[in-house]
Structure formats: structure tokens, C-alpha cells
Design a protein around this ligand. Structure first.
Ligand SMILES: *Cc1c(COP(=O)(O)O)cnc(C)c1O
Length: 365
């Protein structure tokens, strides 16, 4: 059986270090807002090359607290429009609507699955753009960025799937005004539970998100704003510090696997993802009109695949107000995508086995 992602194999590599870190914390007896979080924040600042990292409880919170902070600062107001790719995980959209901002869905580029910059139209209400680096591929366009910046439009990045991916010698998460990261266990840098972070070079924003995530308080029991409880905890921070040291190596392992898929599968009818050094392959997503048949076939061969995602946010029951929207490229993507096994611990033999089975599927008749 080849699992889509073997989290046991991913984490067992750190078992000794995790155990020591946990023992130390139990003995210390300090679990919230302590040294581990501070250390992880500065480790990640150094890794990304940015001024501030603020740990929060999860990736959705990272994004929604960024928007909330801009509202608190008077830079965004209710009803402002936020441009966002239509094919993304629902968290990107929830962060916008929860803050009474209006998502403006833009179709993706069918080659990159990221924002199609040529489709973006600014309105007088456009105040921010949420760039989602989907599946681990950097979503960026320098001339578009300069245009948006000259109009005073905020550039926010959803880096939940792209930690470690970069372009122009910069890391994703440092291109715009602020970025949200997720350390959900299955992400490229995964905690052993929920965790997330915000990155920014803006001192005022950094202070504001820190206050919001800690009950609206900079000083204990003095509450400046109606805040949230969204903190990264000491145990997850300690685990993440250990795993961060291996992130680049793991991402290289993912790129190596992508290279094997690329070489083995390029002769098949499958549409393969862009092969790029700006991609950390959080997911290796292929496309085929025979998605369901291929998925069932691989299942029977003991190969687990997943679909990211079966229904786009604007077609979800939760977003009835957007169900009428017609976004054919996004909808087509959701009908045809399939994510092949991808993890830094997959062996070359396992990847080659997956490729052999895919080839035999297409050679059946
Ligand atoms: C995982 C993910 C999130 C949310 O992260 P959580 O930690 O699960 O809250 C946001 N955006 C994208 C694109 C994601 O993949």
C-alpha cells in the first residue's frame, strides 16, 4: 500500500528530538507565550528573510487576523473588495468574508493553477489581493505587482502550501505586505496538531496582529481591542523548530519526486503540473478526463490518491450567495484534478511503481 502521505514516516524521523523537547517543556511547566515560540518566530524570520513572524493557532487564523488587523488600523473597511483566485482552499475565502470584505473571484491560469494576472480588473473598491501559491508553486507577476502597489492595493499572500518556495531570490511570504502560513500536519512544514504564523516587514501590522491574536492585549489584563485567542503554543513551536531545520532538504526531496513523475509520465495522456524550481510540490496534481476511473484503478493497486479539491469555494453550500457565479476554468479544474502520492519520505521505488501503474492504466485498451 502506498499512502498519499505517510505522516508516521514523516515524523518518526524526529521522534528522539521531539521526545526530548517535550520532556523539557513538561519539566519547565510553561506552555503559552514562552521561549519556544519566540525562538521559532526568530528562526522563521531568519529562514524567510523578513522582519517579523508572529505565531498563531492555525493557517486560517493567520489570514483572517491579517485582514482584521488592516480593518483595526483603518486601512481596510467593510465592503472593500479583495481579489482572490477562484480555485483555492476555502480558508482563503473564509478569511475575507469573515471580515465583511468582498471576495472577487478571478479565474486561474490553466498552466499554473494560480491567478491569471491578465484576467484581473481593478475596481474603485479593490483594496487588496490575496495571492495563493497553490500546490506549492509561487504565484507572482512583477509588473502586475508594481501596478497594484502604485494604486495602494495591499498584497497579501496565502503561503499555506508554499513554505520554502521562492522566486527572484526571495521566499514566498516576503513579496507583499503580509503573509499567512499553515503548519497543519500535512503541510510541508507540519506540526503535530494545528499551528500557523503571520510574516510581515511592517512594524505596525506586526504589533497589531500580535495584540489581536492575544485577546487584544499587549499587556496582560489590559485589552486595547476585542481580540481573539489564537496563539501558537510552546509544544508545537518546539516541534516546528526541530522540523524547520530539515525543511529545505524535504522540499528538495519533493522536487526530486516531481522530477521522476515528470520524466516517467510525460509520454502519457496525463496533464502534468508545471516543472519549476519555484515549486515545492506540496501537492503533485495531474489532470485527466478519466479522473474517477484512474483513481479507482490506482486504489485497487494499493495506491492512495486524493482530490484537491472536488468542489470550488463558490460552488459550496456554505457560499450560496456565490453559487450562481460562472467560472468555467476553475470548475473544469475541480472536475479533472488528481493528486498523486507526494511526501519527502516516499522512496524512488514507490514513485516508480506509481508511474508503472499509471502507464498500465492508459495502455489497458
Ligand atoms: C491549509 C490551507 C489553509 C488553512 O490552514 P489551516 O492551518 O488548516 O487553518 C489556508 N489556505 C490554503 C491554501 C491551505 O491549503
Amino acid at each position: 500500500m502506498i499512502p498519499f502521505l505517510d505522516l508516521n514516516a514523516v515524523n518518526i524521523r524526529f521522534e528522539k528530538e521531539f521526545t526530548i523537547a517535550l520532556q523539557n517543556l513538561i519539566r519547565k511547566g510553561y506552555f503559552i507565550n514562552g521561549d519556544e515560540v519566540k525562538q521559532f518566530e526568530s528562526d522563521l524570520e531568519r529562514y524567510l528573510g523578513c522582519e517579523h513572524v508572529i505565531g498563531v493557532a492555525n493557517g486560517l487564523d493567520a489570514l483572517r487576523i491579517i485582514f482584521r488587523a488592516y480593518i483595526e488600523l483603518g486601512i481596510l473597511e467593510f465592503g472593500d473588495e479583495v481579489i482572490v483566485p477562484a480555485n483555492t482552499y476555502i480558508a482563503s475565502i473564509l478569511a475575507i468574508t469573515e471580515n465583511n470584505l468582498v471576495p472577487v473571484f478571478v479565474e486561474p491560469d490553466i498552466e499554473t493553477y494560480n491567478l491569471d494576472y491578465s484576467q484581473i480588473k481593478f475596481s474603485s473598491k479593490t483594496k487588496a489581493i490575496l495571492h495563493v501559491h497553490l500546490y506549492g508553486l509561487v504565484s507572482w507577476n512583477e509588473s502586475f505587482y508594481l501596478e497594484a502597489k502604485s494604486r495602494g492595493i495591499l498584497i497579501i499572500e496565502d503561503c499555506a502550501q508554499s513554505i520554502g518556495a521562492g522566486q527572484y531570490n526571495k521566499m514566498s511570504g516576503t513579496f507583499g505586505n503580509a503573509a499567512g502560513f499553515s503548519f497543519y500536519p500535512g503541510k510541508n512544514l507540519g506540526a503535530l496538531g494545528d499551528a500557523g504564523a503571520i510574516a510581515t516587514n511592517d512594524d505596525v501590522l506586526a504589533q497589531t496582529v500580535r495584540v489581536i491574536s492575544n485577546y487584544g492585549s499587549a499587556k496582560k489584563y489590559f485589552n486595547e481591542i476585542k481580540g481573539l485567542n489564537s496563539r501558537l503554543d510552546e509544544i508545537q513551536a518546539a516541534f516546528l523548530r526541530i522540523k524547520l531545520r530539515k525543511l529545505d532538504e524535504d522540499n528538495k526531496g519533493r522536487q526530486k519526486i516531481a522530477e521522476i513523475y515528470e520524466n516517467e509520465l510525460k509520454g502519457t495522456p496525463l496533464i502534468l503540473p508545471l516543472f519549476s524550481e519555484n515549486h515545492v510540490y506540496h501537492l503533485y496534481v495531474v489532470r485527466t478526463e478519466n479522473r474517477e476511473e484512474l483513481k479507482d484503478f490506482l486504489d485497487q493497486e494499493g495506491i492512495q490518491t486524493l482530490i484537491h479539491y472536488p468542489i470550488p469555494p463558490h460552488k459550496q453550500k456554505a457560499y450560496k450567495e456565490f453559487n450562481h457565479l460562472n467560472l468555467p476554468i476553475t470548475e473544469k479544474i475541480h472536475e479533472t484534478v488528481l493528486s498523486l502520492p507526494m511526501s519527502p519520505t516516499l522512496t524512488i521505488e514507490q514513485v516508480k511503481f506509481v508511474c508503472e501503474k499509471i502507464k498500465s492504466f492508459f495502455n489497458q485498451d
